[in-house]
Design a protein around this ligand. Structure first.
Ligand code: GRF
Length: 190
């Protein structure tokens, strides 16, 4: 049992649109609250979103250092990787087994793994001739994009899609799915 509200730490590397939808969705929730934002990049736009929301933010010196990341995570009891591009050290994965999730802009297990991020994912989906793509939220384990799948949402691939137009359609699905999964998980673990 975890006391309410569940304390959510969000790991980011980029612009933070997924962080933003979580900040908005959790703002008045009795179930979960974002208590810290952590990035491997000091120039991540997501940090400005955290500051605007009054959420403490930390920039990691060494994302591969388990002790540093554990210290930054503090008393969080749910961790969300939202556009985070570094591998989580195994000791941290173990500590948060079943309490750490990632959002990936494709229908895993397809189109996942070390180089599958950003436009690379959508270019690969288009090159494969797939007629649909989507978003996956999964538990994090020791390898990129391999943990148990929690939820997915499918989107169509259109004949005239570019990586950019597909990315935009998938991102809208991400913004719908992530808050739902986080709130559902917070209810389940609390
Ligand atoms: C998104 O496509 C997300 O799925 C991926 O990183 C991208 C950027 O997300 N993991 P955000 O705008 O920084 O939340």
């Amino acid at each position: 049992m975890t006391a309410l509200p569940v304390r959510v730490a969000v790991l980011v590397s980029g612009g933070g649109t997924n962080l933003q939808v979580l900040l908005d969705a959790l703002q008045d929730s009795p179930f979960a609250r974002i208590t810290r934002v952590i990035s491997n990049r000091s120039d991540a736009g997501a940090l400005a979103r955290a500051r605007a929301a009054g959420v403490p933010a930390t920039v990691l010196r060494d994302p591969a250092n388990a002790a540093e990341l554990l210290a930054a995570l503090g008393d969080a009891n749910l961790v969300v990787l939202a556009g985070y591009l570094k591998l989580v050290p195994a000791a941290v994965v173990s500590r948060f087994r079943g309490r750490m999730i990632n959002i990936h802009p494709a229908l895993l297990p397809a189109f996942g793994g070390p180089r599958m991020y950003g436009q690379h994912v959508h270019a690969a989906v288009l090159a494969s001739g797939a007629t649909e793509s989507g978003v996956t939220v999964h538990f994090v384990d020791e390898a990129f994009d391999r943990g148990e799948i929690i939820a997915q949402e499918r989107v169509p691939v259109l004949p005239d899609d570019t990586p950019e137009t597909l990315a935009a359609r998938v991102l809208e699905a991400e913004h719908r799915l992530l808050p739902k999964v986080v709130l559902d998980l917070a209810r389940r673990i609390s």
